[in-house]
Design a protein around this ligand. Structure first.
Ligand code: V47
Ligand code: SF4
Length: 369
């Protein structure tokens, strides 16, 4: 075996290192062992091996902007700092015209993607949201529209009384290009019940993404970690995603989302350390051997932690986001008003020893910087 792993005395970890090197899949017990026993340098090396297999020395970013149409939400997830009831002074709801005004502020800017996610508003139906997509599509045809988490989709599709397949086809016809990874939280049914009882089940989340993939709509996946879950729950989550990806190959990337504690019902839990963040990125990279990309969402963990994550299996820094995203700043994220220009994002990537490449939403290279 490679001398890199000569120092490993634990037989189980040695087997895993050999498997990773030989491109063999690790099983759930081995994933758990990594979480429990592997030290950070070893995780970094193994995650780096898998990362390089997919993306060599590149690290990706894109030019995107976020629109959060509303924070009014029919659900009441305990970890959420963002949703507000109707009438609350902190609630908002933009009309189509107001949203189009946001889109227009990006006229003549080189953005390639708009990311649209918000609360699950009680009043609006699939055609309200679909016609918004159509307006954006008509206004700027080349913009990739990544919109609506599986939770929002479930609500609008059920309201319309159609099947998941019919609902997604309606939205595709309106111009939906892909689906973001939100709402996955943690798949374990018992935990899900205690942190976000009333929204779409794990089974439904997976079914919506599977159906989307079958219809040629790619998507992302997330995990919300660092709250009441343990390592077995995280591995269970990764395992369910890996099984689905084997079937469909429709996921573009996996985005670990660190639980942020401000202004929500789970604040008492505090937050996990940056070491735990890096361990989680690395194990995710090693375990999800069929996901081409792992994304660090820097507006949430902060620019420096995102930069560090590039040494723990991450290959995607998401985008140069403007300040329209509130979901994490309201939860106490590192970046109060998240924005980062191209120069800054490239510098962070280069400082980490990688080559910055601007990508489109489907990871086609746009420009090497
Ligand atoms: O599903 C809510 C999370 C998600 C908190 O697909 C929280 O490219 C941490 O999914 N602490 C929505 N996380 C955001 C999302 C996303 C973000 C960036 C890129 C993509 C993509 C998707 O935000 C929710 C939930 O898991 N969230 N509250 C909190 N207190
Ligand atoms: Fe609503 Fe999403 Fe917040 Fe849950 S996480 S309460 S679904 S906005």
């Amino acid at each position: 075996m490679n001398h890199l792993f000569d120092h490993i005395t634990d037989a189980g970890l040695r087997t895993i290192a050999e498997k990773v090197e030989n491109k063999q899949r690790i099983n759930p017990e081995e994933g758990l062992l990594l979480f429990k026993k592997a030290d950070l340098p070893l995780l970094g090396i193994m995650a780096g091996i898998v990362k390089r297999r997919f993306t060599g020395s590149y690290a990706w970013f894109n030019h995107n902007f976020h629109i959060e149409p509303t924070n009014k939400c029919v659900y009441n997830c305990r970890f959420c700092s963002y949703h507000k009831p109707e009438g609350d002074p902190e609630s908002w709801e933009y009309s189509h015209d107001q949203i189009m005004d946001i889109v227009k502020t990006f006229d003549n800017k080189p953005v390639t993607e708009v990311h649209i996610v918000g609360g699950v508003h009680p009043s609006y139906d699939i055609h309200y949201w679909g016609s918004l997509i159509r307006k954006i599509r008509d206004y700027r045809p080349s913009l990739h529209i990544k919109a609506f988490s599986a939770i929002e989709l479930d609500y609008m599709i059920s309201k319309a009384g159609c099947t998941i397949e019919e609902g997604l086809n309606i939205l595709k016809d309106y111009g939906l290009d892909s689906i973001p990874g939100g709402g996955a939280e943690i798949f374990d049914e018992e935990l899900r019940k205690s942190i976000c009882d009333d929204k779409a089940s794990s089974e439904l989340w997976l079914k919506i993404h599977e159906t989307a993939h079958m219809l040629g709509i790619p998507s992302n996946a997330t995990i919300l970690y660092g709250h009441i879950e343990n390592y077995s729950h995280r591995i269970d989550h990764l395992e369910r995603l890996r099984i689905l990806q084997d079937r469909t190959d429709g996921f573009n990337c996996f985005i670990p989302l660190k639980f942020k504690k401000a202004n929500n019902k789970m604040s008492y839990l505090g937050e996990v350390s940056i070491i735990e963040d890096m361990r989680n990125y690395a194990v995710s990279r090693i375990y999800l051997d069929n996901f081409p990309h792992i994304k660090a969402y820097w507006p949430m963990i902060g620019k420096e932690a995102a930069q560090l994550s590039l040494s723990f299996g991450v290959d995607d820094m998401d985008g140069t986001i403007d300040d329209t995203t509130k979901i994490f700043s309201m939860a106490g994220s590192k970046e109060e008003s998240p924005s980062m220009n191209t120069e800054e994002i490239c510098h962070l990537i280069q400082e980490a020893g990688l080559i910055p490449v601007e990508r489109d939403s489907l990871y086609n290279p746009v420009k090497e910087w």
